[in-house]
Design a protein around this ligand. Structure first.
Ligand SMILES: NC(=O)c1ccc[n+]([C@@H]2O[C@H](COP(=O)([O-])OP(=O)(O)OC[C@H]3O[C@@H](n4cnc5c(N)ncnc54)[C@H](O)[C@@H]3O)[C@@H](O)[C@H]2O)c1
Ligand SMILES: [Zn+2]
Length: 261
């Protein structure tokens, strides 16, 4: 079936695009954190090699088995990079829409591990790839914030079963938590608009979320300065950054609910 070309600019009424919808699913990727200073994966930022080792090998299930202290050293280094980064206007626009209940349902699904959505105050959040600020027990899966763990305690010891803990992040060679991806798919199947922000939409299985939403009749809107593999499928593909576009998109819904006297 031939696809009609998506609208690729913010139309004059672009700020009205989210008006009238009840169930919104937002999917974010590394691009939403770019304006906070977190390097994207394919955007040329970030080191591909650390201490002579490619990061695919450092961030791998194999390395957790082989050298867990080294994995911690690598993730402590990466956490240091994001430690100075603050949530930006894009993260905040989504969090504000959630806390002010602009929609009957606003589920946020992120592929990011940087924790910036939580820092912005997002509530209904699925972190598909985990969170770099948390540790997880190798045996019992108990999770704990690293702010509660002595930074010299590496690898940290689980307070529930005393086994070692690892970073709570999905690594190369690992699959996503079934419960998380299934609940994201369920929300995708029932949303009436799916907003995809700052992802190249190539990483499986997160890239199936907009596909499921579209197949079930949702309007698909993309916010990205570049064209992506998803662009031809979108109803609206908005060329711009998360900080430029998201506050405008959500402010129209705020105005709708609280019209000027
Ligand atoms: N912040 C993080 O936690 C982080 C950072 C890098 C990579 N990752 C991981 O790497 C994988 C990469 O997939 P991905 O699709 O998320 O990232 P990606 O690097 O493949 O793609 C980033 C996308 O963001 C777009 N972009 C760049 N600046 C933007 C901006 N200011 N506003 C909106 N969009 C912008 C780019 O055009 C690109 O399409 C994911 O699995 C993710 O877990 C996470
Ligand atoms: Zn444990």
């Amino acid at each position: 079936m031939a696809l009609s070309a998506p609208n690729t600019s913010v139309p004059d009424d672009g700020r009205m695009l989210l008006r009238g919808f009840k169930r919104l699913l937002v999917l974010t990727g590394a691009g939403i954190s770019a304006e906070s200073g977190v390097p994207t994966f394919r955007g040329g930022g970030g080191a591909a090699v650390w201490r002579g080792m490619p990061f695919e090998s450092l961030s791998s299930a194999r390395m957790v088995q082989h050298d867990l202290p080294l994995v911690w050293e690598w993730f402590d280094y990466r956490r240091g990079i994001v430690a100075g980064c603050e949530p930006n206007a894009g993260h905040r626009a989504i969090a504000d829409a959630q806390t002010s209940m602009l929609f009957d349902d606003l589920t946020l699904v992120t592929q990011n591990i940087d924790g910036l959505h939580l820092a912005a105050g997002s509530t209904d959040l699925i972190e598909l790839h985990g969170n770099i600020h948390q540790a997880r027990c190798l045996s019992c899966n108990f999770r704990q914030g690293l702010n509660e763990i002595d930074p010299t305690d590496r690898p940290p010891v689980c307070s529930e079963c005393f086994d070692s803990m690892r970073p709570n992040v999905v690594l190369f060679g690992e699959t996503l938590d079934d419960t998380l991806i299934l609940s994201a798919y369920e929300k995708a199947a029932i949303c009436d608009v799916c907003l995809v922000v700052g992802t190249s939409a190539v990483v499986y299985p997160a890239n199936q979320i907009p596909v499921i939403a579209k197949r079930n009749g949702a309007v698909l809107i993309e916010v990205n300065p570049e064209e992506t593999d998803l662009t031809p499928t979108c109803d609206h593909s908005i060329r711009g950054t998360a900080c430029e576009i998201l506050p405008r998109l959500f402010s129209s819904v705020t105005n709708q609910q609280h019209p000027a006297p």
